[in-house]
Design a protein around this ligand. Sequence first.
Ligand code: ADP
Ligand code: MG
Length: 293
Amino acid sequence: TRVKVEIWQEDPLSGMAVIEEVLAEFRRIDHLMSPYREASELSQLNREASAGPVVVSDELFDLLEKARQMSELTQGAFDITFASVGHLYDYRKGIQPSASALQAGLPKVNYRFIELNPDDCSVHYSQPGVRIDLGGIAKGYAVDRGILLLQQQGIEHALISAGGDSRIIGERNGRPWNIGIRAPRQAQGMVAVLPLTDVAVSTSGDYERYFEADGVRHHHILSPQTGRSASQVQSVTIIGPNTTQTDALSTSVFVLGTQAGLELVNRLGDIEAVIIDKQGQMHYSDGLQDIKQ
Ligand code: ADP
Ligand code: MG
């Protein structure tokens, strides 16, 4: 994932040092939570937590609790155990699971199988064959950590983005920051540019990681109910107070689709959404009706 850190402050040298610190923080989180690193705490969980409780760091435990809250809020649209079938896909190689492999894996998709014990920060999977992946929330978490680091260094104007997750504080040289929403079916192109200050913005799209087979687009956001790519919309952009939330919500609303997604967002006080449905039509949450033209 491409990570971008932009800060506005007087002294360029200390600026470069603090940017280096943010990038180191991203690397630290990747080492902790990547499913592609055998030594990560997350990989250890996937190897051992079905056999019995595994004690993890407070940090990973807290994020697992946040993921659970997101699952409850979205009635299971967000579910990190999607990985029980998610690992059967290889988007780069164009590989998808057979119907029988999918049927075997699907019963292992259920966030309730993850037992979290706050007394000792241990995690137990109550079923064999369960796997988790934090790809729908960890980048947002990393961006929040980066912003916290900048704030601790006294920086008041900055943007950090990692893939589709961005958070901004203050202004960009006295003006709002411009955050673009990509046109899902164009290589370049934006459908909207939002002038923003002090918010988090995440976009989930079906154009980031995908392959096509038999006219079906197989991409990296899966419906926990079917184990197949969610197909109701092309992209979802969520605006909110922090990227941990907006990242998880963009993935969730993508799974929920336009109607259920907007209902959820409109219920949440501090969250807004722009959804591009499968016809390419744009939909806005209640708080954004006035930017619609
Ligand atoms: P990106 O990673 O491109 O920023 P998203 O924020 O939408 O996109 O996250 C997609 C990632 O979320 C997938 O790569 C996968 O790791 C994870 N994921 C896919 N489906 C789900 C789901 N139903 N619930 C939770 N996480 C999911
Ligand atoms: Mg997301």
